[in-house]
Design a protein around this ligand. Structure first.
Ligand code: MG
Ligand code: MG
Length: 274
C-alpha cells in the first residue's frame, strides 16, 4: 500500500463528489435489486449511471478487475465478479462500487437483502453496519488505528461473528488504495495516529461463522470457509478539525427503500440535502 497522503479542504470537497456519485449509484441499484435480475444486469446499469454523472467506474480495469461493481452474494465476502445468474428471494448481495472523478476515487459498499431474508442474516447485516459506525466514531484526534479496529472487532465478536483478517480498509485519494492500512481487528491504542486531512475507506467484512476465508480460482472471489453468509459495509470518511466527517452516504439507499436511519447524523456538520 502506498504512503499516507493528507488532503486539504479543496481536495476533500472533490472527494465528496466522487463519494456521492457512488452513494447515488447504490441508491439507484437499491430500486433495481429483486429476484430475477442478475448481477451483470445491475453492473451495466451502474456503469451507465456513473458515466452519466461525469465520472468513470473506479474498479473497472483496476488490477485488471473486469467490471464496474464487485458483487458478492451470500457466502461471498468481497470481490465477486458479476454474472448472469438471477438473484433469488432470500439472497443477500454485497455491492462494492468505485468511481473516479476529478482525479479522486470514491469507494463504498452496502449489503442488500433480496426480498425477505432470514432473521439470522438480517441480524448479521444490522450488526455489521453498526460496527462500521462504531469504527467511524473512533476516527478522531488523539486516537490511533487500533482504536477504530478494536471497536469494529469488539462489536462483531460480541455476537459470535467472524471478523475477516486478510482484507482491510485503507486510505483513499488519487489512488484507490493509499496508506494507512485499516484493519477491522486490533488493539486499542496501537498503530498509526489519526491526523487531520486523512481520508479513509472504513469497511468491516463480517462473517456469520468463522472469520476464515478462501478464494475461488477466478483469482478474485473471496468467500467464507464455512459457507455461511458474510456482510460488507463501507463508508468514505475524512478527518476534519479532529472529527470524522462522512463523504459518502447511505441516505439514497434509504430513500429508495423507504428506510429511516439517523446513524449518519453525528458524522455530518449539516443536514444532507438529497
Ligand atoms: Mg470498496
Ligand atoms: Mg475499499
Amino acid at each position: 500500500m502506498s504512503a499516507i497522503v493528507l488532503k486539504n479542504r479543496e481536495e476533500i470537497e472533490l472527494m465528496r463528489e466522487s463519494a456521492l456519485i457512488v452513494s447515488m449509484t447504490l441508491g439507484m441499484l437499491a430500486g433495481e435489486i429483486k429476484p430475477g435480475i442478475s448481477s451483470l444486469e445491475l453492473d451495466a446499469k451502474a456503469e451507465d449511471f456513473i458515466r452519466d454523472h461525469g465520472a468513470v467506474p473506479g474498479f473497472l480495469g483496476l488490477y485488471d478487475f473486469p467490471n464496474t461493481l464487485c458483487m458478492s452474494p451470500n457466502s461471498q465476502v468481497v470481490h465477486g465478479i458479476p454474472n448472469k445468474n438471477p438473484l433469488q428471494e432470500g439472497d443477500i448481495i454485497s455491492i462494492d462500487c468505485g468511481s473516479l472523478k476529478n482525479g479522486f476515487y470514491g469507494d463504498h459498499a452496502y449489503t442488500f437483502a433480496v426480498g425477505e431474508i432470514d432473521p439470522k442474516t438480517e441480524k448479521l447485516l444490522r450488526i455489521t453496519k453498526e460496527s462500521l459506525y462504531k469504527g467511524i466514531a473512533e476516527f478522531k484526534n488523539g486516537n490511533r488505528i487500533g482504536d477504530l479496529a478494536f471497536a469494529i472487532q469488539n462489536h462483531a465478536e460480541a455476537e459470535g461473528y467472524g471478523v475477516v483478517r486478510e482484507l482491510i480498509g485503507h486510505g483513499l485519494g488519487t489512488e484507490m488504495h493509499e496508506g494507512p492500512e485499516v484493519p477491522n481487528y486490533g488493539k486499542r491504542g496501537s498503530g498509526k495516529k489519526f491526523l487531520d486531512g486523512m481520508v479513509l475507506a472504513i469497511e468491516p467484512m463480517i462473517n456469520r461463522g468463522t472469520h476464515r476465508i478462501k478464494q475461488l480460482n477466478d483469482g478474485w472471489t473471496i468467500l467464507t470457509a464455512d459457507g455461511l453468509p458474510s456482510a460488507h459495509f463501507e463508508h468514505d470518511v475524512a478527518l476534519i478539525d479532529g472529527k470524522p466527517e462522512l463523504l459518502s452516504t447511505f441516505q439514497y439507499i434509504y430513500e429508495t427503500l423507504g428506510i429511516e436511519g439517523d446513524e449518519e447524523t453525528p458524522f455530518r456538520k449539516e443536514a444532507l440535502i438529497l
